[in-house]
Design a protein around this ligand. Structure first.
Ligand SMILES: [Zn+2]
Length: 484
């Protein structure tokens, strides 16, 4: 991270690349939203931000789905990839770089990365005998397998025993640095501790290729026709190929990543294998690895077979982007699993967005306009300084849901202040006092919109347009109430 101007830094934020074997769901959206809040937060701080996203398009599951659909794997992912881009756009997520792993440019860069890993002496060939989850398309170490009782918790099926000749990445060589990385970079801490437990006897080497006959749809291993790269080198590399690594135009000043957002299910790959790759390549390690939980629907895991998959695109079309951003950023705890139901969504929409925030904005704009209040808000004494301090404390810890909660404490405090001071009564008895009260609120709503900007960019901009001046503009209805 190099400083160009005083204090201006280049910050790179990444989102995990979803596996393209099904349509996007709200779990994918969580990744983008968490990354986008941080990107906007840093942009507001005056920094130069790049954010990457992408699609993980190789692997046997894609091959299989394509076969079922009667199309080529490339055709299959070409058909599916745009829906993810649509979701990113619909969620108002500011992605600057996008990598599809089936892009020949990405494949070429991966092969060069492989060569560099090989030159660094961390790739060797060996026979793999051990555990594999075909659902995760993931080899599982003996320690991990034992910890999950030989059954994949995410796929609810027994691990398979496989035996094949593969290339390996010498992850074990970096155990000490990986431990240090996990201690300093993984957020939240309790997830870091789970990873440290997994590698308490040392990190284990991992297979990074598969025989061509088992996996044809992937990046060929350079100089070996019989082997195809297996997820790690191909998928994890997207975070650096997005910056053109290892080409001459590699945007090295954006590396290391400031924040990498991942789901808890893929944290162990990002916390163990990824730093090993980076260390072998001589690259710095990411500053923060932020792991979030899963979203359940009605306290049940989302699944296609249960028919309870929530489509974020439909939600945005029905309720608007900021309502969707609000619910998932506030009511799904940033680090834990959370629960979505239509009832909870509508209760938050009507209660917190339409009532608390919407009413504050419209009441305040109406009174300032009606009583012709002379503008003095820039010099008014804020009543929400404590909430602002709390907000920043939570943002530093990436506890977005609590940061948003704090903004709502401030919003509710403003509403209470209106109810208690009754500016409409003061207008008749003490217009100086009335003007003072409304200017305090005027200043505070400007603070609130600033805090809201990374979370609800559209609503914040609308509030700013109403209040940012010496007079107010007519307030639009930010969140029209919906019927239950
Ligand atoms: Zn699995």
């Amino acid at each position: 991270m190099r400083c160009d101007k005083i204090g201006v830094m280049k910050k790179y934020i990444t989102t995990a690349i979803p596996y393209l074997n099904a349509r996007p769901h709200i779990g994918h959206a969580m990744d983008y939203l968490l990354a986008d809040v941080w990107a906007r937060h840093e942009t507001i701080g005056g920094h130069e931000v790049r954010m990457s996203a992408g699609a993980d398009e190789h692997g046997t599951k894609v091959e299989q789905k394509a076969r079922e659909a009667g199309v080529s794997p490339q055709q299959f992912v070409d058909d599916l990839a745009p829906t993810f881009r649509v979701m990113i756009a619909k969620l108002n997520v500011g992605v600057t770089d996008y990598v599809r792993t089936s892009d020949p440019e990405h494949a070429r860069r991966c092969q060069e990365i492989w060569r560099r890993l090989d030159a660094a002496g961390v790739i060797y060939k060996s026979k793999y005998q051990g555990w594999y989850c075909s659902g995760c398309e993931s080899f599982v170490t003996e320690t991990e397998a034992r910890a999950m009782d030989y059954q994949c918790p995410d796929h609810q099926k027994p691990l398979e025993k496989v035996s094949e000749e593969n290339y390996y990445l010498r992850v074990s060589k970096f155990t000490d640095q990986i431990r240090e990385f996990v201690r300093t970079a993984v957020v939240p801490e309790f997830r870091g501790r789970e990873i440290l437990e997994l590698i308490k006897d040392g990190a284990q080497d991992v297979s990074i290729s598969r025989p061509l006959e088992k996996l044809a749809w992937g990046v060929p291993v350079p100089d070996d026709d019989a082997q195809v790269m297996y997820v790690w080198v191909d998928a994890l590399s997207n975070y650096i190929t997005a910056l053109s690594y290892p080409d001459d135009d590699f945007a090295a000043d954006f590396w290391p990543a400031h924040v990498q957002v991942v789901g808890k299910d893929i944290l162990r790959f990002h916390a163990i294998i990824w730093p090993a790759m980076l260390l072998a390549l001589g690259l710095k390690l990411p500053r923060t690895l932020l792991a979030h939980g899963f979203i359940n629907v009605d306290n049940t895991k989302m699944s296609k077979s249960l028919g309870n998959v929530v489509d974020p695109i439909e939600l945005v079309e029905q309720y608007g982007v900021d309502a969707v951003r609000y619910f998932f950023l506030r009511h799904i705890p940033t680090f834990e699993d959370g629960d979505y139901t239509t009832e909870k969504f509508i209760a938050a929409y009507n209660g917190e967005l339409a009532n608390d925030l919407g009413n504050l904005v419209s009441r305040l704009a109406n009174m300032i306009d009606k009583y012709d209040v002379p503008s003095a808000w820039r010099d008014s004494q804020s009543r929400i300084a404590a909430e602002v301090a709390e907000f920043h404390k939570f943002m530093k810890k990436f506890e977005y849901h609590r940061a948003l909660e704090t903004i709502w404490t401030a919003v509710q405090s403003c509403n209470r202040y209106i109810d208690e001071t009754k500016p409409w009564a003061l207008a008749k008895t003490d217009s100086a006092e009335m003007a003072q009260v409304l200017n305090v609120l005027w200043g505070d709503i400007m603070i609130i919109q600033a805090l809201l900007t990374p979370f609800l960019p559209d609503a914040a901009a609308k509030i700013r347009a109403v209040f940012d001046g010496d007079t107010v503009q007519p307030a639009p209805i930010l969140f029209p109430k919906v019927d239950i």
